[in-house]
Write a new protein. Sequence first.
Length: 300
Amino acid sequence: MKFAVATTSNGQVPVAAAGDELVVLSERFRGLSDIIEGGKGAMEIVAGILASKQAQRMPLHEAVFSSPITRFRRDVLCTGWNYWDHFEEGKEMRAQQERPKAPTFFTKSPDTVCGPNDPIAIDEKISPTWDYEVEVALVFGKNGRSISRTRALDHVFGYLLANDVSQRDLQRRHGGQWMKGKSIDGTMPLGPFLVTADEFDPQDETIELLLNGQVMQSASTRQMAFSIPDLIAEISLGMTVRAGDVLLTGTPSGVGQSRKPPVFLKDGDEVIVRSKSLGQQKNFVRQSDLYGGTDLVIEL
């Protein structure tokens, strides 16, 4: 099943795709988080709404989508260096040279999240090095701690696209760690669709990113260094993950900072992120006032 959040005259409403239509679910659910956290019972209610002739419907082609996930109980969970070609392309710019023996995790602020067609905010006063990263993200559907690899996929509700826009010099300014350089407001599109786990193979999907019409990243999720069951087992070791938590699973090679010369996002750029099963994002980069009234002096 494909879920989404559509923007209507009544605000943002949860919907489910049914052929060339979207079925509105807002009479029973405030958002998709209610469905995710509601488990089997919630999915049975959704099935009943889809079967009802009285359900409100709208044309799929007219929909304006927001991020499928709009309620977060914690930071967005993220994975770094999870495609070896991406790890290798960045070697000359970092101290870490040996391939890690376990996944590398970090978090980013939920306020980074924006919709699949919203502007991506940048501010040249904060950074001149705004980079793109296409990724598959997963959404947990069940709580769990120290989850085994054999049961890991049972804890996944579904999958969606993400663009983990990063500010490379902010990463270096703050000791090389990733949280701050990936946590600027309004910079990470999610969606458009949240596809349930039974309809998506997370280890056999091609993901792509185009910048102004040029393919910059294109790879299969088969190339992941650590599989999704590995990621879930590792991140949940001794740590509870909860229904609704989002985990990004890493980006392949082709990022802007590793190109010669480097390619960074600029005001007016068009960024498309796409996959056959998860849909397409289309965002324009827009110069915004993110620097605000700070008295920090950022050396660019």
